[in-house]
Design a protein around this ligand. Structure first.
Ligand code: GUN
Length: 295
């Protein structure tokens, strides 16, 4: 019987845990984590994300700082804002929503955020810390949420064959680093991979993060494997309705997998919960306290 991995319920429990720890931090150290989110322009999907992040930040008992900047904002102005927040003790976490408008160099912006406040884990210092597992990395939110779901489902991942389909800096590469840290045998597959079906069929764990709707069918999945579907793709049904689907063909894969995340309600809700977790972790580290325990 295939288990549906309920990311919505798991993320609700995680946010409850965070809320309690935030409350203790206030009571014991008079500290309230401050999470700043910067949005440049009016991309509709980004606006939805930013609104949701702000709402959940407040619900967790943290301070939410939102900077909504005009599409025409110069790189210089954005870098100056980041610099001010880097030096503001009431701001513990900084997230600049991507994508940025074309006239702004995203790499330069990400490199300007202080690594200790980089709750996205995108700064090269954090990428280096994650790949070498030294010096306490900030871990990108979606891979962090995915590894939490995997460990909750499987316990130890040691020795398992894991395939990550997709090699993005935001998901694929950090996911591979985390799986390696859990002692999996890791393959990173991508658009040039030969015999992708065979590569996937060998895996005990398949993490799909390519951004192509329903690309991975059930007959690419080994019976009993655990499937983590990171894709969130909006498609039109033949009836002309909008629908969210993952990178995995859920209907066929859920007949074969041992456990699978649905879309929506799988990895998606974990991402913002892990952003809050990172904001709390960043606050503790900046104040010389032990890392929080997320169970
Ligand atoms: N845009 C889409 N996903 C993300 C994310 O995880 N972080 C940031 N900063 N922007 C995004």
């Amino acid at each position: 019987m295939t288990e549906v991995i309920d990311g919505k319920a798991f993320s609700a429990k995680l946010r409850e845990n965070i809320k309690h720890q935030v409350s203790d931090l206030k009571a014991q150290h008079n500290l309230v984590p401050g999470l700043a989110v910067v949005l440049v322009g009016e991309d509709p999907a980004s606006q939805v994300y930013v609104r949701s992040k702000g709402k959940q930040t407040i619900e967790a008992g943290m301070n939410s700082i939102e900077h909504k900047l005009d599409e025409t904002t110069s790189e210089e102005v954005l870098l100056k804002l980041i610099d001010e927040m880097n030096n503001d003790d009431s701001v513990n976490g900084i997230l600049v929503q991507l994508p940025l408008p074309d006239h702004i160099d995203s790499d330069k912006v990400l490199a300007t955020i202080k690594p200790e406040k980089d709750v996205d884990g995108f700064h090269v210092i954090n990428v280096g810390r994650l790949s070498t597992w030294t010096g306490k990395p900030m871990i990108p939110c979606t891979p962090l949420g995915s590894i939490m779901l995997l460990k909750d489902k499987l316990g130890s991942l040691s020795g398992l064959d894991a395939v990550v389909v997709g090699r993005s800096n935001i998901v694929g590469k950090p996911m591979a680093a985390l799986l390696l840290q859990e002692s999996c045998t890791v393959t990173v597959a991508h658009s040039r991979t030969k015999n992708l079906q065979e590569v996937c069929r060998r895996a005990d764990i398949v993490v799909a993060a390519v951004g192509r709707p329903e690309m991975i069918p059930g007959d690419w999945i080994k019976p009993g494997a655990t499937v983590i579907d990171v894709g969130i793709n909006r498609i039109q049904t033949p009836e002309g309705k909008n629908k969210l689907v993952g990178d995995v063909d859920y209907a066929s894969a859920s007949q074969v997998a041992g456990a699978i995340t649905p879309v929506p309600g799988g990895v998606g809700p974990m991402t913002i919960a892990c952003l809050l977790a990172n904001a709390l972790t960043a606050t503790c580290r900046q104040n010389g306290l032990a890392d929080p325990d997320f169970g």
